[in-house]
Design a protein. Structure first.
Lengths: 246, 187
């Protein structure tokens, strides 16, 4: 069973091999809708917008919101401040929320007893078990210079994969040490980690580090990465090869 | 004059000496730097145990701290506690099966056009038919190899994959083109 919805401004796809339960997929999409309504900075009615507008104090925010802020702070500390949800005048927790939402959505599917599935939200993926051919899931890395193409085919199972890049939304990754300075030399950074929450937050932070980002990923245990620069040169971490099919 | 002659080899010798000393100093410095670097890498590797622990704690902590979010999980909550259903535009079964091409939408950096594939009344796939590509004209940056990491030129691969990872596929133009594709899927 495979289903795609446009939520949180992006295509979200859930493919589950061991269940045809429509209500399971519905509950996954309902969860993403709930996350969007709570954390979207584009929605005036969201809790994060209320916090940014000063209508809700952070310490009286929902437990869910406070958990996200705690995770963001932890990530900020683990990445030398490169990960930062504070934008100078407001909070934008998207860098934590997206990966967390996908990881929790995958957990909903897991708790329903499924072991072979993936959840893909805007190109960030949690992949569990095997695909229909009984093989690990085949994941392509999109060509940042022509998004109709892929430049790497990976084989992943029971882990998360996230890509940070500049080619669709423009310069959306924020370097807190150089606000206003576009990150131009790196166009795409893919990170494979123990789950998509971990992969996503470190991909976001490492991307903001520019060329040093891939070294940061290299130094993290249990993480691998693939960086593409503005000249079409790619730099994989030393252990990345074990995921590569072609 | 005759005294100068013997000087020539000696000045040559001095030059050679000067360069070998410089080379020696540079080599020693580089070797030392590499050595330090390796030590640092070792230290980093040694430090990775706690780093992993931190990461694992996070992994373990995330679901715990995020528990309130799981209220939406089917086992924990009756259906009426679930957040409202997604917008009507994407409700299941509201589209006719087929492939629908969206209008060309103008993103500030070029044109975007998407195709939506409807299967079983639902969106099965969304793909791009056109997308601006001026990345090649971007500022050239000096290529330099990462220390200890080798690089390669990217190469287009066959598209036989289950799913694709890339930077988030959202933009106003994407949304517009998709919206028009879905409008035609309704009629």
């Amino acid at each position: 069973m495979k289903s795609t919805r446009i939520l949180m401004g992006m295509p979200i796809t859930v493919e589950i091999l061991d269940s045809d339960d429509e209500s399971l997929v519905e509950s996954v999409f309902a969860y993403f809708t709930h996350i969007d309504e709570t954390f979207s900075t584009y929605k005036d009615t969201s809790e994060i917008s209320a916090i940014n507008a000063g209508r809700i104090a952070l310490n009286s925010a929902s437990a869910e919101m406070r958990a996200v802020f705690a995770m963001a702070e932890q990530t900020r500390q683990e990445t030398d401040g490169y990960f930062n949800i504070w934008r100078g005048d407001r909070y934008d927790p998207a860098g934590i929320v997206k990966g967390l939402a996908i990881a929790n959505a995958a957990e909903i599917v897991r708790r329903a007893g499924c072991a072979n599935f993936y959840v893909d939200a805007g190109g960030d993926i949690e992949a569990a078990g095997r695909n229909a051919e009984g093989q690990p899931w085949r994941v392509g890395i999109r060509n940042p210079f022509d998004i109709r193409q892929i430049v790497k085919v990976l084989s992943i199972s029971d882990c998360g994969l996230a890509t940070s890049g500049t080619y669709i939304r423009g310069q959306h990754v924020y370097n807190p040490y150089m606000p206003g300075q576009p990150i131009t030399d790196i166009v795409s950074l893919t990170v494979i980690g123990p789950n998509v929450y971990e992969a996503d937050r470190f991909a976001t932070a490492a991307f903001a580090m520019g060329r040093y980002g891939i070294m940061f990923i290299e130094q993290l245990a249990d993480f691998e990465g693939y960086m593409i620069d503005a000249n079409g040169q790619a730099t994989p971490t030393s252990g990345f090869g074990r995921y590569v099919i072609s | 004059m005759s005294q100068r002659k013997p000087n020539r080899p000696s000045s040559l010798l001095r030059t050679v000496k000067k360069y070998s000393v410089s080379a020696f100093v540079i080599c020693s410095f580089s070797a030392y730097a590499v050595h330090e670097r390796l030590l640092a890498t070792d230290a980093a590797a040694a430090n990775q145990a706690p780093a992993v622990a931190v990461t694992r704690q996070v992994a373990a902590a995330a679901p715990v701290t995020a528990k309130p979010m799981r209220i939406a999980a089917p086992k924990n909550a009756p259906a009426q506690m679930l957040p409202p259903a997604p917008p009507a535009a994407t409700t299941s079964g509201s589209y006719k099966d087929g492939e629908y091409t969206g209008a060309i939408a103008d993103a500030y950096y070029g044109n975007v056009q998407v195709k939506a594939v409807i299967h079983g009344g639902q969106i099965a796939d969304v793909s791009f038919l056109s997308f601006p590509n001026h990345r090649r004209t971007s500022v050239r940056i000096n290529n330099y190899a990462m220390p200890y990491l080798t690089s390669e030129a990217i190469q287009v691969q066959s598209a036989n994959v289950n799913v694709i990872s890339g930077a988030t596929l959202t933009s106003e133009a994407f949304a517009q083109s998709l919206q028009s594709a879905l409008e035609s899927a309704k009629s």
